[in-house]
Design a protein around this ligand. Sequence first.
Ligand SMILES: C[S@@+](CC[C@H](N)C(=O)[O-])C[C@H]1O[C@@H](n2cnc3c(N)ncnc32)[C@H](O)[C@@H]1O
Length: 276
Amino acid sequence: MAYLLSTENFEKIGEFIYRKSGISLDVEKHYEKLAKYIDKRAAELGFDNFRKYFFKLRFDDKDGSEFQELMNAMTVNETYFFREKEQFEVLANSILPELHAKMPANKPLRILSSPCSTGEEPYSMILHILEEGKVVEERDIEVVGIDIDSTVIQKAKASKYTERSVHAIPKPILNQWFQKKGLGYEISEDLQGSVDFQVCNVFDKTQMRKLGKFDVIFSRNMLIYFDDASRKEVAMTFYDMLNPGGYVLLGHAEYMSRIVSVFKAKKVDTTLIYQK
Ligand SMILES: C[S@@+](CC[C@H](N)C(=O)[O-])C[C@H]1O[C@@H](n2cnc3c(N)ncnc32)[C@H](O)[C@@H]1O
């Protein structure tokens, strides 16, 4: 059966998605996923061709809900607790004590998880900060988690996780901070509400500015979906959002030196961190 989406139109909608989200789609890798989604969505809307769907997406989507549906279908949300855990250790044992010592006493320390997917990353930060213990007793710490995909933000707010998602958490920490519920795990009530989860597109300057300034930004495993120009734009947005002396941490396969040269790279143990 032929799809409504031709390869020619794949280029057009690919360009539209790129402009709005920075996500760079490749016909070889993504054609089938996008074509299946458009067939399903067009049928739900009662459309029998791609043109009608694309018209709606571009010109009849004032509240952005059609674009949101498309984003929710196309993003890759893979994540789990304690993923690349050395970075959480560096955050809790090195970055936060350093920033805490330098900052005025009454100022909260603000951390952004961008993107946070279903919430495992910002909760992993909090679990490590609690384990370290010292800074959190003396300083207000605010953690904000953002993602372009509204379904993952809904899941993050519900804070219910699968066995797979918690597999890397050491048992004592799992037992202390999670409750087994049916086949999965629920994060303890004490921790629920400790992260401010919001739907936000890193390319939307107005949304990003509203989040305020941060001392640390984690941006792991998102830039890999962007091209060089988009990576550069996002890196500069993070630079603007950081307080002086603040840090950015990227995923293991991502290097700031290949994107922009405004940050100072430092190595803590085996972990690269980037300072403003
Ligand atoms: C693979 S997950 C990474 C989650 C987590 N940082 C980690 O490393 O485990 C990538 C996330 O990036 C989000 N994303 C993609 N483009 C985005 C954009 N323009 N703004 C905000 N989030 C975006 C996706 O929705 C997805 O949840």
